[in-house]
Design a binder for this molecule. Structure first.
Ligand SMILES: *Cc1c(COP(=O)(O)O)cnc(C)c1O
Length: 370
């Protein structure tokens, strides 16, 4: 008997999240994980390392509250936004009983966290205009405890419509918690729904330092919500989830200098995004460019597999979404700095409209009948 048979059934059956680092790949241009292209130096004092850290480092909580425009008792710091997603499920969903609702295609960790917690998943796909299907979600409210919406949505880049969200929050009052994942909100800060927290105790917003703040390596995320929701999550989180060096770096990132640097980076990356989008519209191998509210752009190519292979051969690692429903031939490109974007465009310019490298007669031959 394999020792693995001792693991829980759901874990044995689980396909782990295919994180960019797990898939890996050899390349020198990394555009597959929506990371920031450059790292920034931070100073760490090591003289407190013999002590356990604060559970919720006050300076970080206060810094993020000020930045987000909420009170400190509306903020929870966690090991990335990924931990926030799992904490929400563990705090609000009864294993083997409750369900969450997701709107695919969307971020994969909502489903993975639910599965590992033994919590059911209701899928309500995005509409053809890639919005949450509001009436359909409302119809399922009595079946679900948590609704996960992502705005801007990873990987399609769309924002969740504010009117539909407000109506859903009203309908869901006292019944379900609506989570809006704002991992990329710094790239379009005007679209945040944080202001709605004052009106709706059943709204929760998740955030991260991994994207615009260029700190994916420190694993630091935030949950913003009603003080009662935050207090519940704080009962479930590990006793010392944020190592002291991480808290020190996060505090520096949230200082006024840190925020200014982040905003400069966002301006530069949004500029690069506009440039590459304009170039993509002119290329014959491109079929469709999706919305672009984050630091990435999803592109449907005429032959996605050929594009992915050509990029890989050139040492450029992108993220393939072609196996997801409705996203055939679609590849997500993280926006990097100019040199990286130029490298992507140089490869795309070598590709013909249909991406085919063999002659059409050869590939159109019917296979020998069997
Ligand atoms: C990257 C990402 C996260 C995870 O953020 P971490 O803080 O790095 O865990 C959460 N949600 C979405 C939509 C993301 O793209």
């Amino acid at each position: 008997m394999s020792i693995a048979n001792l693991a829980r059934r759901v874990v044995r059956a689980l396909t782990p999240y295919q994180s960019a680092r797990r898939i890996g790949g050899k390349g020198h241009v990394w555009l597959n994980a929506n990371e920031a292209p450059l790292a920034y130096p931070f100073a760490i004092e090591g003289n407190r390392l013999n002590r356990y850290p604060e559970c919720q480092p006050a300076e970080v909580v206060k810094g993020y509250a000020t930045y987000a425009g909420v009170n400190p008792d509306q903020v929870l710091v966690s090991r990335g936004a990924d931990e926030a997603i799992e904490l929400l499920i563990r705090t609000f969903c009864e294993a083997g009983e409750d369900q969450i609702l997701i709107c695919p295609p969307t971020y994969g960790m909502y489903a993975i966290s639910a599965e590992t917690c033994g919590v059911g998943i209701v899928e309500q796909p995005l509409t053809p205009s890639r919005q949450p299907d509001w009436p359909a979600i409302q119809d399922r409210l009595s079946d679900v405890k948590l609704v996960f919406l992502c705005s801007p949505n990873n990987p399609t880049g769309d924002l969740v419509g504010r009117k539909g969200l407000i109506k859903l929050l009203e309908k869901a009052q006292d019944r379900a918690i609506i989570v809006v994942d704002e991992a990329y909100i710094e790239f379009c800060p005007e679209a945040s729904v944080v202001d709605l927290l004052a009106r709706f105790p059943n709204l929760v917003v998740t955030r991260t330092l991994s994207k615009a703040f260029a700190l994916a390596g420190i694993r630091c995320g935030f949950t913003l919500g009603d003080p009662e929701v935050i207090a519940m999550l704080a009962k479930v989180i590990a006793p010392y989830p944020i190592p002291d060096p991480i808290a020190q770096i996060a505090s520096q990132a949230l200082s006024s200098t840190g925020l200014e640097l982040m905003q400069e980076r966002v301006l530069e990356l949004n500029k690069q995004k506009a440039i590459i989008k304009a170039e993509l519209t002119r290329l014959p191998c491109v079929q469709e460019i999706f919305e672009d509210k984050g630091n990435f752009v999803l592109v449907r190519f005429k032959d996605g597999a050929a594009v992915f292979a050509a990029m890989k051969a050139a040492g450029i690692i992108l993220r393939d979404f072609s196996s997801k429903p409705g996203l055939d031939n679609s590849i997500r490109i993280t926006i990097g700095y100019q040199g990286e974007m130029d490298a992507v465009l140089a490869v795309l310019r070598t590709l013909p409209a249909d991406g085919a490298t063999t002659s059409p007669t050869a590939s159109n031959q019917p296979a020998a009948s069997v």
